[in-house]
Structures are given as structure tokens and as C-alpha cells.
Write a protein that binds this ligand. Structure first.
Ligand SMILES: Cc1cc2nc3c(=O)[nH]c(=O)nc-3n(C[C@H](O)[C@H](O)[C@H](O)COP(=O)(O)OP(=O)(O)OC[C@H]3O[C@@H](n4cnc5c(N)ncnc54)[C@H](O)[C@@H]3O)c2cc1C
Length: 361
């Protein structure tokens, strides 16, 4: 069956006249898979008057772009978008189809996979291409391996041996975009789309308020874990003290170094529902598998063990500083700057070393 299917398709999401940064990351992910398969990396772009964005996609790693350009697709409307994409999939038969793990990506991918029908693995953090041998199912060459954290502590590897395309959504922050290369050449193919009369229409698009804290857009994320509940000698500490130290460092980074800094947290700290942290640390601060994926210049993990579900959300940070009492804490496996010690001493020391007072309380 696989022989008739070819091409790694990447669904390109656009907003306010530009491709989403996550779509550029997805093009890099698709490029890696396409190179391993010896197939084309094809962008799929829907909207109205988007030819410049198709060119941008080629500069960032697409070999070709299928551009479904129609006034009917000006604003995102899932019925029309899914009809247009499903028709293309049926006609062109891609081998792999990738989407971003966000509201739109999952909305479109789920509906298209159901119609094809094929499987859909969501929230992947890595992709690979390998042969797959299963005594019950048979031997399969060059399958897309979709890697995501499972519901426990392991990474699951998901295969779609029999159905095509192999569809996956990929979490933003899992891949880095390829640098723009204006010399890259590729074909932009315009596809006609006649929208049928739908029983519903979009009358208004409301913008969500900007995310606070903006973890994904920060240069530095200072994240707090359950370690803030006790000091190095095991005595209980008021967690507001650790939060104050983190705030002082954030302020210093912003004012003196002009870096955008935000405070993150582990799920364990958030779910502990600590009264003293009410209103300052909540679900929107969570980094990890079921929180935000971040890729800052510097990630500072304070009193965090580094469980897999936390690591998948921050491991692509350029530099990782970790402060932990336990030299065997898993976070140290990925830390570039390990600091073994009591966070109540080491975090103020770090602030002081950067030129601050390091004396917040
Ligand atoms: C389905 C699922 C999804 C999940 N999603 C997420 C997610 O999105 N994000 C997430 O973070 N977790 C997630 N988790 C939870 C995850 O498995 C861990 O339980 C959690 O990350 C642990 O948080 P922690 O590091 O704060 O706590 P702990 O694991 O308890 O670590 C605390 C650390 O602090 C250190 N410490 C203690 N005192 C001090 C001190 N004074 N100074 C320095 N170090 C000190 C200790 O040595 C320890 O390593 C998920 C779990 C599941 C099952």
C-alpha cells in the first residue's frame, strides 16, 4: 500500500499575515523526516492571498507548497478547511502529514484522520523513521515513529503501520526552525477550492487575551518546584520566600540585562495548592507535558527533580541551570550548569553574582 503514498506534508498555520513560528518549527521537523525517507517536504497552506507566505515556507525548508487560496478561506472555519484538505489528501496521497499541537492543528488533524480514515498520534516531541517488525502484523519499512510522553514516566513510540497518511501533531518548541535561505527554490502550486454552502458560518473572530505569563516568549524562565517547601536542613520554609528570590532575579534580568523573564513551576508544586502561593503560582505557570513547552535562552530549575514530564517541556532550552540538593536528581542529566546545594542559599547567590542584592525575603 505504501508505494502509492509519497511526500511529507506539513500543515502551515497563518495568522495576521504571517506563518506561526510553530509552523516554521514544523517545517524543520518535516524536513528531517523527508530527508530520511528521500521524499519531498510539502507545505499545505490555506487562506486568502498568501503567496508571499508560501515563498517564506520554501525559504524555511519546504520543497513545494500546495496553496489553497480562496476568499472562502480568509478566516479559519473548520468545515471548509477540512473539506479542502481532505480532497487534497484523497487525490495526492501523502505518506506523512504533520500538524502543530494547538487548537487549530488538532481540530483539523482529528477531522481529516477520521475521514480518511487513519490514525493520529498527538503531542509528539520527537519524530524518527525506522523499520518496524511485528510478528502479528508483519514487517514494515520506513515507518514514521511518533514519540511522545505516555501517561506514566516513559516515552511512548507510536506507529501507524497499515494506514496512510501517517498523521501526527507536534508540540510547539520541540524543533528549531531552519534559518531562512532566500536562495532555496520550490514550486508553489495553486489549488482551486469551491466552498459548498455550509449550514454554519463564521460571523466574528475574537482574540484571546495574551497569555500571562508568556512562558513561550521569555528569554529566561525561572521555574520553581516542590523543593521550595523545605531548606537544606529539611526545615519547612515559607514558599513566598523562594518566590521572592525568583522575582528578584526576574526583575534584575529585565532591568539590567533587558531580558524578558518569567516564572514557571512544576505540576507538583501547582497541584499542591499551597495557600501562600495562591494568586501568584497557578496552572498558567506550568512547564511540561501537560503545561507549556518552553525553549528560552536560559532555563533555571529551582528545587525541581526533573521528572520526564517536566523535562519534555524544557529540555530544548539553550542553557539549563539547575539548583538541587540531590546530586543524583534527573535534572542534572540535562543541566549545563549544575548547582548542588540549598536553593535558599544558591538562588540569592546567583542573583548577587549577576549584580543584584540577592536579599529578597
Ligand atoms: C500524565 C502526567 C503529566 C504530567 N505533567 C507534568 C507537567 O506538565 N509538568 C511537570 O512539572 N510535571 C508533570 N507531571 C508530574 C511529574 O511526574 C513530577 O511529579 C513533577 O514534575 C515533580 O515536580 P517537582 O520536581 O517539583 O517535585 P519533586 O519530584 O518532589 O522534586 C523536588 C526536588 O527538590 C529538591 N529539593 C528539596 N529541597 C531542596 C532545597 N532546599 N534546595 C534545592 N533542592 C531541593 C529535591 O532534591 C527534589 O529533587 C506529570 C505527571 C503525569 C503522570
Amino acid at each position: 500500500m505504501s508505494g502509492e503514498y509519497s511526500g511529507v506534508w506539513v500543515y502551515l498555520q497563518q495568522s495576521k499575515g504571517d506563518l506561526l513560528p510553530a509552523s516554521l518549527e514544523l517545517l524543520a521537523a518535516g524536513r528531517g523526516v523527508a530527508d530520511k525517507l528521500g521524499q519531498q517536504n510539502v507545505g499545505v497552506l490555506l487562506g486568502n492571498n498568501l503567496e508571499p507566505l508560501a515563498r517564506k515556507a520554501i525559504e524555511h525548508g519546504a520543497d513545494a507548497v500546495l496553496l489553497v487560496d480562496s476568499p472562502a478561506l480568509e478566516t479559519y472555519f473548520n468545515l471548509a478547511y477540512v473539506d479542502a484538505i481532505y480532497a487534497l489528501v484523497k487525490e495526492r496521497k501523502p505518506y506523512v502529514f504533520l500538524f502543530t499541537s494547538n487548537e487549530v492543528g488538532k481540530d483539523v488533524a482529528g477531522r481529516v484522520a477520521y475521514r480518511v480514515p487513519t490514525g493520529l498520534a498527538t503531542d509528539n516531541v520527537q519524530l524518527a523513521v525506522e523499520d518496524y517488525n511485528n510478528p502479528a502484523l508483519g514487517q514494515f519499512k520506513d515507518l514514521l515513529i511518533q514519540v511522545r510522553p505516555d501517561f506514566g514516566t516513559r516515552l511512548a513510540r507510536i506507529y501507524t503501520p497499515k494506514h496512510r497518511p501517517q498523521m501526527a501533531t507536534v508540540r510547539a518548541g520541540s524543533f528549531s526552525p531552519l534559518p531562512a535561505d532566500p536562495k532555496r527554490k520550490g514550486k508553489v502550486e495553486k489549488i482551486r477550492f469551491e466552498a459548498p454552502a455550509y449550514p454554519a458560518k463564521v460571523t466574528e473572530v475574537a482574540e484571546l487575551p495574551p497569555q500571562v505569563p508568556d512562558l513561550a516568549g521569555a528569554d529566561v524562565v525561572i521555574s520553581l518546584g516542590l523543593g521550595i517547601l523545605k531548606d537544606g536542613s529539611g526545615l519547612p520554609r515559607d514558599p513566598r520566600e523562594a518566590y521572592g528570590h525568583a522575582q528578584e532575579l526576574k526583575k534584575l534580568l529585565e532591568e539590567r540585562y533587558h531580558m524578558k523573564a518569567e516564572i514557571g513551576a512544576t505540576r507538583a508544586l501547582i497541584y499542591a495548592e499551597i495557600k501562600e502561593l495562591e494568586g501568584v503560582i497557578g496552572k498558567s505557570n506550568q512547564v511540561g507535558q501537560t503545561g507549556s513547552t518552553v525553549k528560552p535562552k536560559v532555563y533555571i530549575a529551582v528545587g525541581i527533580s526533573g521528572a520526564l514530564q517536566h523535562r519534555v517541556g524544557m529540555r530544548n532550552s539553550s542553557k539549563i541551570v539547575a539548583i538541587n540538593l540531590d546530586p543524583k536528581a534527573p535534572i542534572f542529566k540535562i543541566a549545563h550548569y549544575p548547582i548542588v546545594g540549598d536553593l535558599y542559599e544558591e538562588l540569592p547567590k546567583l542573583t548577587k553574582a549577576l549584580g543584584g542584592a540577592g536579599s529578597a525575603s
